[in-house]
Write a protein that binds this ligand. Structure first.
Ligand code: PLP
Length: 396
């Protein structure tokens, strides 16, 4: 039986697999059983930001492997403290709690927000989140994730969560009150198709916060760590978050998540309030630290700035050529969504033939999440393959 058949037999049926089997990954390419090399515009859904088998990650692995892999959170460890310090410097916030995934970071943020605001006012317990948001799939995080298709089969979810439309200031004003504990926002909603929040909406969040004193939690799980060209997407908005959540690329390919908060909010957590056996694992943290060191290099930043600008410019040109195919381009940096209607999945399928791996989200959006280390030569290869794929679909 081949791997895809065995996968169907032994793995629960929650994922749609692509019809190729990857044997190896190197740089920004995945290589299949027949040695075909695919340009990876998937990057493990925004995880492999430095591509595959990056030297800095491999070096950190070797060093940390020799010291220890795991001790438990009874011990302070150098790599974990270093990573926390880097995250506070990058974000301007003060203290970190480490988790193993994005959804656990959301859970921890919910608990932290609830405890922090309830200790000031006992009934300040409500959460506000957006329709079409995505904050994770555990029951708490799912209660925030404003998508019927994910929530419906698992109701009842946790109470006291209000959902409002993205960028709808009237609904925002209606939802917020002295009972609001926190609002959860993705500055650019990823899973629902790379949908940015508007500046007036975010300004209104800040104005309401000055009056009602709820917490602002920004989910940077997909947008964070330079995905949109800067450390955190909130940094180009009026938002001043009390808490941010990160995960995805933070472990250089291994699982880790983090909640980063202001000192005032973080101080609500006391020993025993929250914990995780593996959260803040020294091995993964060492890779995270190496990743952030690499991303801080001027050469990395320069290449990211140039190549993401080149990607956007090339896509705008393509949109001019195919306005009926690429109806809209949204997003920033290397997190771009192309609204392609029913053609999105057809283009994704065609791209496989041209050895390009694309991700489609919300059925109609091609979501480009390439490794941040994409070179200009690889960018050219992308445009050749992408144009061929569109041409094939247009001729259908
Ligand atoms: N929040 C956002 C914005 C995400 O994009 C994701 C995952 O795609 C999550 C939360 C959940 O992260 P995880 O899959 O690591 O639980």
């Amino acid at each position: 039986m081949d791997l895809l058949q065995r996968d169907q037999q032994y793995i629960m049926n929650t994922y749609k697999r692509l019809p190729i089997v990857i044997k190896k990954a190197k740089g920004n390419y995945l290589i299949d059983e027949t040695n075909t090399r695919y340009l990876d515009f998937f990057a493990g859904i925004a995880v492999n930001s430095l591509g595959h088998s990056h030297k800095a990650i491999q070096k950190a692995m070797k060093v940390q492997m020799k010291q220890f892999l795991h001790l438990s959170n009874y011990f302070a460890t150098e790599s974990v403290v270093s990573l926390a310090k880097q995250l506070t410097h990058l974000s301007g916030l003060d203290q970190v709690f480490f988790t193993n995934s994005g959804t656990e970071a959301t859970e921890a943020a919910m608990k932290l927000a609830r405890k922090a605001t309830r200790s000031i006012q006992s009934d300040q317990l409500e959460f506000v989140a957006l329709h079409e948001s995505f904050h994770g799939r555990t029951l708490g995080a799912l209660s925030l994730t404003g998508q019927m298709k994910y929530q419906e089969p698992f109701r009842p979810l946790i109470p006291l969560v209000k959902h409002i439309e993205r960028n709808n200031i009237a609904q925002l004003r209606n939802a917020i009150s002295e009972k609001t504990s926190a609002i959860f926002l993705e500055v650019i909603q990823g899973e629902s198709g790379v949908q940015p929040l508007s500046e007036p909406f975010l300004q209104a969040v800040m104005e309401l916060q000055a009056h009602y004193h709820f917490l602002i939690v920004v989910d940077e799980i997909q947008t964070g760590l330079y995905r949109t060209g800067i450390p955190f997407a909130f940094q180009r908005t009026p938002l001043k978050p009390d808490i941010i959540t990160v995960a995805k690329s933070l472990g250089g390919g291994l699982p880790i998540g983090a909640v980063i908060a202001t000192g005032e909010v973080a101080s609500a957590f006391k020993p025993g309030d929250h914990g995780s056996t593996f959260g803040g694992n020294p091995f993964v943290a060492a890779l995270g630290s190496a990743l952030l060191d690499e991303m801080a290099k001027p050469e990395f930043q320069r290449q990211l700035k140039n190549n993401s600008a080149q990607l956007k410019a090339g896509l705008l040109e393509l949109q001019n050529q195919y306005p009926h195919v690429i109806q809209e381009i949204r997003g920033e940096g290397f997190m771009l969504g192309l609204e392609c209607g029913q053609k999105a999945t057809l283009i994704q399928k065609a791209a496989l033939k041209y050895h390009l791996l694309l991700n489609v989200t919300n059925q109609t959006v091609i979501r480009l999440l390439p490794p941040l280390t994409l070179t200009s030569k690889e960018l050219q290869a992308f445009f050749v393959a992408f144009k061929e794929s569109i041409d094939e679909v247009v001729l259908l």
